[in-house]
Design a protein around this ligand. Sequence first.
Ligand SMILES: NS(=O)(=O)c1ccc(O)c(NC(=O)NCCCCO)c1
Ligand SMILES: [Zn+2]
Length: 258
Amino acid sequence: TWGYGNDNGPATWVKSFPVAAGTRQSPIDIVPTAAKCDTKLTENPLTVNYSPEPAMELCNPGLSVKANIKSKSVIKGGPLEGEYKLEQFHLHWGSADKQGSEHTLNGKMFPAELHLVHYNATKYSSFGEAVDKPDGLAVFGIFLKISDKPHQGLKSLTDVLSEVQYKDKSINIKQEYNPVCLLPDNINKYWTYLGSLTTPPLCESVTWIVFEEPIEVSEDQMKAFRALCCGECGSAPIVDNYRPPLPLGNRQLRASFQ
Ligand SMILES: NS(=O)(=O)c1ccc(O)c(NC(=O)NCCCCO)c1
Ligand SMILES: [Zn+2]
């Protein structure tokens, strides 16, 4: 099956998933000077209405770590028509701080990138129905950068990653968890473009919203992600689970700010 190794990594995915060669693939390199500032985005501010998740499920599907959301946490506005409901969030990270993010900023990679995945609940009744529709999904992309202080919101997760170290392990976070704690302070500054899932099946169904402001995590928190395993005890660590950027082509990258 697909992965991030030499024999099954991003360059091989097109064999099983021809859409990998499509015209609205993700991630991309974000070049702020090439983005068009669109006042329609500021006139219709992005609004986030997340709720606390009691007993949030955290799992290791083998190629990332994922939290599944059951509560009604929704977003709307900005580039979005209708209301999009939070389904899950997960991350992509590197084996070292010099790499790990999927989107890049003027060619620069961040050590990791957090994805909060929403589906169009106005038009579709489930994530599964929405996942292959052109207006089906909206994903927040949040860059992670290293600081000497741990990210408090992520700490509830990084402190228990050892309990989902192996593939198919899952736990419930006891303390109720509101995913709003993962967002940067300023969510009014973002870039947006039409793209895809960054892993197979690579569906061209995502309105991407990538925030300018990174969240700050500690080196120890990065080490906790890098200690997760792709399989059972003794299997390789989950690292470098990122797809490199694809051409923007003739897509318009829009900015919510000057
Ligand atoms: N990275 S992303 O664009 O935000 C993204 C958001 C939602 C997704 O469903 C996927 N991909 C996915 O679920 N693939 C099925 C097998 C995964 C095994 O781990 C990727
Ligand atoms: Zn992702």
